[in-house]
Design a protein around this ligand. Structure first.
Ligand code: PLP
Length: 498
């Protein structure tokens, strides 16, 4: 089954994901499937800053349609935009997608230790396409300014670029409006923001917060800290020995005291795709809020926060071909509006006196101080690039690669794949008898192959499988069958050497 199908609400409630009586009951109790709200009628955020504030735009610059020299256009056009046959979803062959996309990523043109670089560490971070690098470069060269405050041309350009980026993210996630998009440093910061702010607003002693055994430490530790502050209790949804979330345990763990359910959409260590809609329906049936960690899903298949009925959704720019230090928190409007600010400082206020401060509207309320402006601009370029390639095309391409990767690894003696979830995206973990994971990764690095070895910030899950470390290759849109073949050949050589 395709990862995105697994992640959506079921078209057929009797389908295999939803067959359990408990889940049908959850759907009934939750009332109805999430309904898709129409686009925002509040357009003011999208008006160019210089128009809103009457600033002269002497170079005739337009935020979303900047005039560029033909050379500039050529430099920033990704390969996928040069070839009309490859635009959007129209890929002639899914396996050629990686070969063609690779040309858009300058870092992949280098040789490492004398070999063609094969980047299979995408779950940790992705390489950046030329459009993103150029966009950030050009921003600093021509538009750099602080935003929202100054009445000068560069401030107008920078503000427009930043707010345009917010609209791009909103469209990418299916958010009802750009104001529901808060720029943060990454998934970690987004989850900490929710734990602090929603925690302060909604959590009291004796409440329960539910996470799953699949989580990255970023979706465990902020909740533990909240429990320490508030006297709430952390509960855990278990996985089975194949690495699937135990849906039969949903109603044992989620109950009347549950206030927040925080769940990853894809497990970073073993690639399990979680049927978030099932979890979300169960959580909503008891009135709990649902926090979705999208760090490992946003780059791999289409995501729609409205369809998921997520109360919050977080992802990191650097894992979706964008810059580091920029990420996104999406939240439902009524929640963001009633939650207190997290950080105090400039930009997030309405009025300050020594007696009392009133706060700005969302999203500014949650964006204290100067953010990563160029990062947001680069992130928008990355998401536009991903959409030009086509998220469904990427999903199909990576699915083919994943099948081939699993077959290749299964055929290698002494190698054991960790977990065998029903639906997997992005990552696979394995161990090789007699070889420390770090030694395997170092061997692959000598052949130009980058993979991650370690606990992947998922120690509780690895402990479930009796392990402290694994080797984890993880896929991106620029990987191709040859990358998988080369990985397999290198691993076979290592095993033969034992
Ligand atoms: N959640 C998951 C599932 C992840 O894989 C990661 C990073 O690997 C994070 C959260 C944290 O992301 P960041 O370090 O970008 O904040």
């Amino acid at each position: 089954m395709a990862a995105s199908d697994y992640a959506r609400p079921p078209k057929n409630p009797d389908s295999e994901i939803w067959s359990a009586a408990a889940l049908s009951e959850a759907v009934r109790r939750a009332g109805k499937e999430a309904t898709k709200a129409g686009p925002s009628t509040e357009r003011s955020q999208e008006l160019p800053y210089f128009q809103r504030y009457g600033i002269e735009n002497e170079r005739g610059w337009e935020s979303s349609d900047r005039t560029s020299s033909p050379l500039e256009v050529q430099q920033r056009q990704p390969y996928f935009l040069e070839s009309s046959s490859l635009r959007g979803e129209a890929h002639p062959s899914t396996t050629s997608l990686g070969i063609q996309a690779r040309r858009d990523f300058p870092a992949l043109a280098q040789r490492v230790n004398g070999h063609r670089l094969i980047w299979l560490d995408n779950a940790a971070t992705t390489q950046k396409p030329r459009v993103v690098i150029n966009k950030v470069h050009r921003f600093y060269e021509t538009d750099n300014s602080n935003i929202h405050r100054a009445a000068h041309t560069l401030a107008a350009r920078a503000t427009d670029a930043y707010e345009h980026a917010r609209s791009v993210v909103a469209r990418f996630l299916g958010s009802q409006s750009p104001e529901q998009i808060v720029f943060v440093r990454g998934t970690t910061e987004a989850i900490n923001l929710i734990a602090h702010s929603a925690g302060q607003r909604f959590i009291t002693e004796g409440d329960e917060i539910v996470v799953t055994e699949l989580e990255h430490h970023s979706n465990i530790v902020p909740w533990q800290l909240l429990c320490e502050r508030s006297g709430a209790v952390l509960k855990v949804l278990p996985v089975d020995d194949r690495g699937n979330l135990r849906l039969d345990a949903l109603y044992r763990v989620i109950g009347g005291r549950t206030k927040i359910v925080a769940v990853t959409q894809v497990a970073n260590s073993i690639g399990t795709v979680v049927p978030v809609c099932a979890v979300s329906a169960a959580a909503h049936s008891v009135g709990a809020l649902v926090v979705v960690d999208g760090a490992q899903s946003a780059a791999h298949f289409p995501v729609d926060v409205t369809e998921l009925d997520a109360d919050f959704y977080a992802f990191s720019g650097h894992k979706v071909y964008g810059p580091t230090g920029i990420g996104v928190l999406y939240g439902k409007r009524n929640l963001l509006e009633t939650m207190p600010p997290w950080h105090g400082g400039g930009s997030m206020i309405n009025q300050v006196t020594f007696e009392r401060t009133t706060y700005a509207q969302i999203p500014a309320k949650f964006e204290a101080g100067t953010g990563h402006i160029a990062g947001a601009v680069g992130l928008a370029a990355a998401l536009e690039y991903v959409d030009h390639v086509g998220r469904s095309a990427i999903e199909r391409h990576e699915h083919v690669l994943m099948e081939h990767l699993l077959e290749t690894l299964e055929a290698i003696p002494l190698l054991r794949i960790v977990a065998n979830p029903d639906v997997r995206a992005g990552s696979v973990s394995f161990v090789v008898d007699g070889f420390e994971p770090a030694r395997v990764a170092a061997h692959l690095d000598r052949h130009g192959i980058a993979v991650r070895a370690g606990h992947h910030c998922a120690q509780p899950l690895l402990r479930h499988f009796g392990l402290v470390a694994t080797v984890r290759p993880s896929l991106g849109l620029y990987n191709c069958l040859e990358d998988v073949e080369t990985l397999g050949a290198c691993l076979r050589r290592l095993v033969r050497s034992s």
